[in-house]
Design a protein around this ligand. Structure first.
Ligand code: CP
Ligand code: NVA
Length: 307
């Protein structure tokens, strides 16, 4: 098992399948109040350079439920904010903690941290990727359809961090990803090259064409954290890229709607779809907890398979 999960590609197809299987088992056992204290004595440090609701709370509750503990670390309260090198921070935290999860403005900060770290490092979102989100999404798709290979997932909106991890995940899962983004808002070039060469990604000018026959339609905010100053130009660029009832008519009748949240209701997605019968969004959010618990157990190598 990979020690660091900075990208969804740090996990093999087999590891992703095993994590999803364990996550589904952990979800069921949680419902039945069966405890899984596999991480007794372990402590996860959680560094958040940006806001978070789901990632912070699901990791914290997840560690607690696995018998370990989690520490919320705000860089503004640490010497990091006064200029202590991120590598030095990693060296010191490696002496106290069992693993670290980082949400950072720039992906290179997470790479610098993990290069100096002697403990596992998990990317809790960067400008490049959001692998923990995609693990929960893959779990949600598996629960809904019983398989991943061959599923058609349409991404409509901004070619951002979540989109990058989604298109890369096609390499590990055999899913086909159709992308419709406005010009200038394409996913990361290196991710596109890799997904084109080893996975399955196709680009469409029209959101309606990208959604044609889709098993899942996925969108995210048009204004990611840190892009608030671009609000006006982004709202203009993305008009016509809303996930709404008209678009969903083009998808498969069994199509589910995905959104990593937080949503800007009435912008990238309508209330009708977010709250409608085809929405898998709330399960997707819940699955962050189960998928990350399974990820943590596998990173510490104590799980093998949950039983
Ligand atoms: N989807 C997600 O990562 O949500 P948070 O920003 O609330 O953690
Ligand atoms: N693309 C969004 C995801 C939030 C979970 C952002 O980076 O803000």
């Amino acid at each position: 098992m990979a020690m660091n999960v900075l990208s969804i590609l740090d996990l093999s197809s087999e590891e992703i399948s095993a994590i999803i299987e364990d996550a589904i088992r952990l979800k069921e056992d949680r419902r039945r109040n069966i405890p899984h204290p596999h991480l007794r004595g372990k402590t996860l440090g959680m560094i958040f350079e940006k806001s978070s609701t789901r990632t912070r709370i699901s990791f914290e509750v997840g560690m607690f439920e696995l018998g370990g503990s989690a520490l919320y670390l705000n860089p503004r309260d640490m010497q990091l904010d006064r200029g202590e090198a991120i590598g030095d921070t990693a060296r010191v935290l490696s002496r106290y903690l069992s693993a670290v999860m980082i949400r950072a403005h720039t992906h290179s900060s997470i790479e610098t941290f993990s290069a100096a770290s002697r403990i596992p490092v998990i990317n809790g979102l960067s400008d490049r990727e959001h692998p923990c989100q995609i693990l929960a999404d893959l779990m949600t798709l598996k629960e809904c359809f019983g398989r991943l290979a061959g599923l058609n997932v349409a991404w409509i909106g901004d070619g951002n961090n979540v989109c990058n991890s989604l298109i890369l995940s096609s390499i590990r899962t055999g899913m086909n990803v159709s992308v419709a983004v406005p010009p200038g808002y394409e996913p990361d070039e290196a991710c596109i090259r890799r997904a084109r060469a080893e996975g399955s990604v196709r680009f469409y000018d029209s959101p309606l064409e990208a959604a044609e026959g889709a098993d899942a339609v996925y969108t995210d905010t048009w204004i990611s954290m840190g892009q608030e100053a671009e609000e006006e130009e982004r709202l203009a660029a993305f008009s016509g890229y809303q996930v709404n009832a008209e678009l969903l008519k083009r998808a498969s009748p069994e199509c589910i709607v995905l959104h990593c949240l937080p949503a800007h209701r009435g912008c990238e997605i309508t209330d009708e779809l977010l709250d409608g019968p085809q929405s898998a969004v709330w399960d997707q959010a819940e699955n962050r907890l189960h998928a990350q618990k399974a990820l943590l157990v596998s990173i510490f190598g104590v799980g093998k398979k949950i039983n």
